[in-house]
Design a protein around this ligand. Sequence first.
Ligand SMILES: Nc1nc2c(ncn2[C@@H]2O[C@H](COP(=O)(O)O)[C@@H](O)[C@H]2O)c(=O)[nH]1
Ligand SMILES: [Mn+2]
Length: 503
Amino acid sequence: MDEIKGDGDDGTSKGLRLTLVRNVRHTDSCLVLLKGNDLEGNLLKQVRQAAANKMRIRLSQVRLFDTSGKEIQNEADARASVVNRATLFVSSGELCIVKAAPSAGNKRAAASKVVIIANESLVEGPAIDQLNHAAGLPGVVLAVGLPDLHAGASCPIGAAIATHRMIYPSLVGSDIGCGILLAETSLTSSSACKPRTLDRWADSVQLEDPWDGDYSSMLEKAGIKPTQFDRESLGTVGRGNHFAELQVVERIEDEDAAAALGLTERNVYVCVHSGSRGYGESILHTYSKQYGGAGIHLESEEAQCYLEAHDEACKWAKINRHIIATRLVDQLNAECTRFLVDISHNNVVKLSEDQNLKDAGLDEVVEGEVYLHRKGAAPTDQGPVLIPGSRGAFSYLVLPNPPNSTSKSGWSLAHGAGRRLARNAARVGGKAQHPDAKELLITDLLSRVVCDDKGLLYEERPEAYKDAACVISDLVENGLCRTIAVMKPILTYKMRDIYDHRK
Ligand SMILES: Nc1nc2c(ncn2[C@@H]2O[C@H](COP(=O)(O)O)[C@@H](O)[C@H]2O)c(=O)[nH]1
Ligand SMILES: [Mn+2]
């Protein structure tokens, strides 16, 4: 440790002079002198205590970060980072908001900025590392982590990343066009919310077989070219965290906005989370074979081909969600009466002229076209957004607040609660907690779950996700949206083993 002589109060003992900067407002800072005697014990404890006193934060809430944004979590971290004349960022629980450190040999990274919007939501180190890494990629000018930020296989999820002159298929991921649809159905909540009705529906619905509707003319009408995936995959949900769910209104928080949408406590709604299935995956595969995780120059023919294929996959994913919603409701002898929301949370779009980076505080002026990659981030310029929680938690129908939706939030909202547990951890913990997986077929909200795959039942249990209420309150506190209504799941369709089901 680099110590300083004569900086202690007695002018002789060795001590540390630190600058503490408030994470949320960088203009709030103060100087702290730690006496040499204090440093013999637990350094982290001393610094946290000093930060709590000076910044009037409850000690239990204090979090410390070094200037690269790395959290100082234990004594070893403190001994490495808390050197004399160090600057430390102090948060009262929220994550740090600091500029990404430029990586060696990568000049562009110096212009990039990292923002994490999370006051209360849990955001873990690996997710921040992935966001920082993305911020350092050539051409990346802005990397925003929303409160549902979590680590993906290699790129962060719950992130909006702006690039200049480059396109990164890896930052959109394989499920191009994945998104959330919400439609009103002709079912009424009074008749649907009866346990016997829900059990009967849970026993009967099935979305695994290829859809037998006229998909060709549907695709043609939407101007989508036929693909090898149409017959088998259109109208099917897919694995992972995709689902089709019946929901009812738990409570309305904004009467006017709900009335404008025609949202009522009387109706049952259907929510679909699905994407472009194998189609999007095949597109990413083509590019990752050639480029790995690297970017493609916007002007290149490859980038233009990717963007065209991407746009087709987004349209395909939209039709897919429509078919899934109609198909599910049809099996309950009802119909979708109105489509209220359909947004994609995995895509790349060109920023419009009024979406500029002027207020992003970048070191360099960015001229020309900027593309925004969303991986698990909902757009704020397409009306209401449904932010799902988990099959055992409430979902939130929110209205974005466009004036506050700027580069500071990547023109985005969270797309869900975001994963808290990796799949493996959720499976192992789930098995220990519920040796009989069947317990998971009814949630704490008494909603029914259709999932014949035991592993998936564990992996997707509600505890695998962050607290959606916390994610929403972070968005609301940051002025990014307001809640129209809170929705409760009553039946979630994940997957059915059709061979067993037909027996
Ligand atoms: N209402 C439900 N929400 C769910 C369920 N499973 C997951 N989720 C939420 O959706 C998002 C989607 O995330 P993505 O990264 O796969 O696009 C996820 O973060 C959860 O919050 C469910 O069964 N019902
Ligand atoms: Mn998705």
